[in-house]
Design a binder for this molecule. Structure first.
Ligand code: MSP
Length: 502
């Protein structure tokens, strides 16, 4: 059985509003998934929804619905959001699916049987908004709990706890011995800093049913449901296990997540897995957060970027291009409408679009669209750029990969200026030279279409179509210079990114 490349996103809270941040995570994960596919790997991409917990229960109650039908309605919106982003996910997990609930119960029972849990009474503070217990450490200098915790209530409650203390040292050792486990480096250091400086508190993994019903029952105590994060993290194995694909998929190759949920993925999740005697994922890849115009996006400010609006106005590939090009995976990003329009005009319409259009139009005009004899003037540069791109894709350096592609586009635009095919065309003695130039340009257009497959799948297909070549996945690493054959007739060019005067 061959191991597939298994990549996941975080699962979104079903009651949240799909926005730029969610879209970003799914798109970068998609670019990685498609890259691996274009490098010959079999890929499994999982995304989905986190549907249990107090907030969902409350929201459903206040809209007068049963939580399940409330979730079903919202889940349909999320699924059409995923479609709109053109991502290549192989499955979509909902934590209210029976297949997921069964695996969560199985893992809970396994850890219970192993003695990883104990019951204890807790007296203290609880934030329903964050669904978490608070201690005096969480108070600010004025002795208050931060506004992010919402209304804080005092509680006396019996619950089940997961003994984390005994897992602290091996986890430190593991992260130190496996430097790629958390990327980028500064996130890894953050986790190590936390693990080395603070004693891990035991984790409360239950909520009494009388306070919260909307959750997965503890299989060993029907008066409780499990804590939402225990439930949510388990999605990464519930899908492989319930579809009999654990052997092909586990361990996951990459969990893509945002910086705010690092501790859950780099501390709690590995501990849960180790306790359940499962292998750890190979990497937790942590991206930054988007702001709009240097401000946190929020409904009350009214500055939330709606990906659907952007896609309807500018096209899906333009949206994908901007978010991947603007930001490497790691640092925070800042969306500006001007920045978007500038990149669209300069890099997509004038850079890529114009080059393809010029090149193919010239071949049509001067040679009836028939590819001349192969010539390798640009072969070395194209191959070097390809090898660099392949290396960057393997390292998940998606932004750098786009820069490599656009570096080659700039080179091609210079090539057109230098060789001036429109002048060559006027001189019949230059017919052979014109053929050489046209071959180099057309073959380069094919290279670009191959390289753009993971990033701009629709555009890549459209270039292939204009070249009159089959729209099938081409291995990026194996696609060499000279495959475009003499005598092949290309199709009609059409604008890929129409100019906008804004
Ligand atoms: N349900 C949990 C995750 C459970 S994973 C087992 C959750 N959901 S979320 O809807 O709040 O966030 C989903 C993902 O979107 C997270 O990785 C989060 O970091 C990311 N983003 C949410 N807002 C974001 C931005 N403004 N910018 C970039 N990503 C952000 O957390």
């Amino acid at each position: 059985m061959t191991k597939q490349f298994y990549i996941t996103t975080a699962i979104d809270y079903v009651n949240g509003q799909p926005h730029l941040g969610h879209a970003y995570e799914k798109v970068i994960t998609d670019v990685i998934a498609r890259s691996r596919c274009c490098l010959g790997q079999e890929v499994f991409y999982l995304t989905g929804l986190d549907e249990h917990g107090q907030k969902v229960q409350q929201a459903a109650e206040s809209s007068g619905q049963h939580p399940q039908s409330y979730c079903d309605t919202l889940a349909a919106d999320w699924q059409s959001f995923v479609k709109k982003l053109g991502i290549s996910n192989n499955d979509f997990v909902r934590t209210t699916d029976d297949r997921h609930k069964e695996v969560v119960a199985e893992v809970l029972q396994q850890l219970y049987d192993k003695g990883e849990f104990y019951q204890d009474e807790y007296v203290g503070f609880y934030s329903a908004k964050q669904e978490t217990f608070l201690t005096d450490k969480d108070r600010n200098e004025e002795g208050e709990f931060d506004a992010i915790y919402g209304e804080v209530q005092e509680l006396k409650e019996k619950n089940y706890y997961f003994k984390l203390g005994q897992h602290q040292q091996w986890l430190i050792d593991y992260i130190e011995a496996n430097p790629v486990f958390v990327a980028p480096d500064y996130r890894r250091n953050e986790v190590l800093g936390f693990l080395k400086n603070e004693k891990l508190e035991d984790l409360c993994i239950s909520r009494p049913k009388e306070r919260l019903e909307w959750g997965i029952p503890l299989p060993f105590d029907p008066d409780y449901v499990t804590y939402v994060w225990f439930d949510a993290l388990t999605n990464y194995i519930s899908t492989p296990r319930s579809s009999n694909k654990e052997a092909e998929l586990w361990p996951a190759d990459i969990h893509v997540i945002g910086k705010d949920i690092l501790k859950f993925h780099a501390v709690y999740w590995p501990i849960m897995l180790k306790a359940a005697e499962m292998e750890l994922p190979k990497q937790v890849l942590v991206h930054g957060w988007w702001q709009k115009d240097n401000q946190k996006m929020s409904k009350s400010i009214g500055n939330v970027v709606d990906p659907i609006e952007v896609i309807d106005e500018w096209g899906l590939d333009a949206f994908r291009y901007y978010i991947v090009r603007e930001l490497a995976i790691g640092p925070d990003g800042n969306w500006t409408d001007e920045g978007f329009a500038t990149r669209y005009g300069a890099e997509l319409a004038n850079g890529l679009g114009n080059l393809i259009n010029r090149s193919l139009s010239m071949l049509n005009r001067y040679r009836d669209g028939v590819v001349p004899n192969p010539h390798d003037e640009l072969a070395r540069e194209a191959t070097e750029a390809r090898d660099k791109l392949v290396e960057q894709l393997r390292a998940n350096e998606l932004q750098a990969g786009l820069m490599t592609i656009w570096g080659y586009i700039a080179r091609l635009n210079r090539y057109v200026d230098e060789t001036a095919p429109f002048k060559l065309a006027k001189d019949s003695e230059q017919a052979e030279r014109l053929g050489e130039v046209l071959y180099n340009l057309t073959e380069s257009c094919r290279f670009l279409a191959v390289w753009l497959q993971p990033y701009l799948p629709t555009t890549s297909k459209r270039i292939m179509e204009q070249l009159n070549l089959p729209a099938e996945t081409v291995n990026i690493a194996e696609s060499g210079w000279g495959k475009l054959e003499a005598g092949h007739k290309i199709g009609e060019p059409a604008a890929l990114f129409p100019r906008r005067d804004k």
